[in-house]
Design a protein around this ligand. Structure first.
Ligand code: PNS
Length: 159
């Protein structure tokens, strides 16, 4: 199978993201994981460079995964990089409405289909926003993010 693109804010990357990345890397020859610079949300906690560095660190064991970043439309980035499939994780039915809409719009604009992975049950409660919230108030995020990410969160929020 050819090249897949996994887009996201990754602010920060969680065990849920990593699970989807690992499963995609087993199914596709090449996987491009791209952090979006303009997620259309509140200003991110980590800069685009930091988010890419964290992604590179936690995917270093996967030989067919490369890290990128983009601003603007996902489909423009996907077409420019010869991507054949966009991959997203689905945690719950609540994710589905918007993800379906985005998949349909993206396919209409580019001809590139989106493939959904159901998130592993042990990660289905996880989101980057929840991780940021727990870390902000000094909670333990070691079950939610890889150790280097937990460390960065600790440094960001201080003692
Ligand atoms: O991790 P997120 O924040 O849920 O990822 C959302 C993301 C980055 C995949 C989505 O916001 C996106 O594709 N943004 C790029 C802008 C774009 O193409 N928007 C139209 C999509 S229908």
């Amino acid at each position: 199978m050819p090249k897949a693109l996994i887009p996201g804010s990754f602010d920060p990357v969680t065990f849920g993201h990593l699970d989807v990345i690992e499963r995609t890397s087993r199914l596709f020859d090449h996987v491009l994981v791209a952090a979006v610079g303009n997620p259309g949300k509140a200003p991110p906690l980590f800069s685009l460079d930091e988010r890419q560095a964290m992604l590179a660190e936690v995917t270093a064991h996967l030989g067919n995964v490369e890290i990128g970043a983009f601003e603007g439309l996902l489909v423009d980035f996907a077409l420019a990089h010869g991507v054949e499939a966009i991959v997203k994780g689905l945690r719950a039915v609540s994710d589905f409405d918007f993800e379906l809409q985005m998949a349909q719009v993206n396919e209409r604009m580019s001809g590139i289909a989106t493939v959904f992975f159901p998130t592993a049950p042990e990660h289905s409660f996880l989101s980057s926003s929840l991780v940021r919230e727990v870390a902000r108030f000094g909670g333990d995020v070691s079950a939610m993010v890889p150790a280097p990410i937990a460390q960065r969160l600790k440094e960001r929020f201080g003692p």
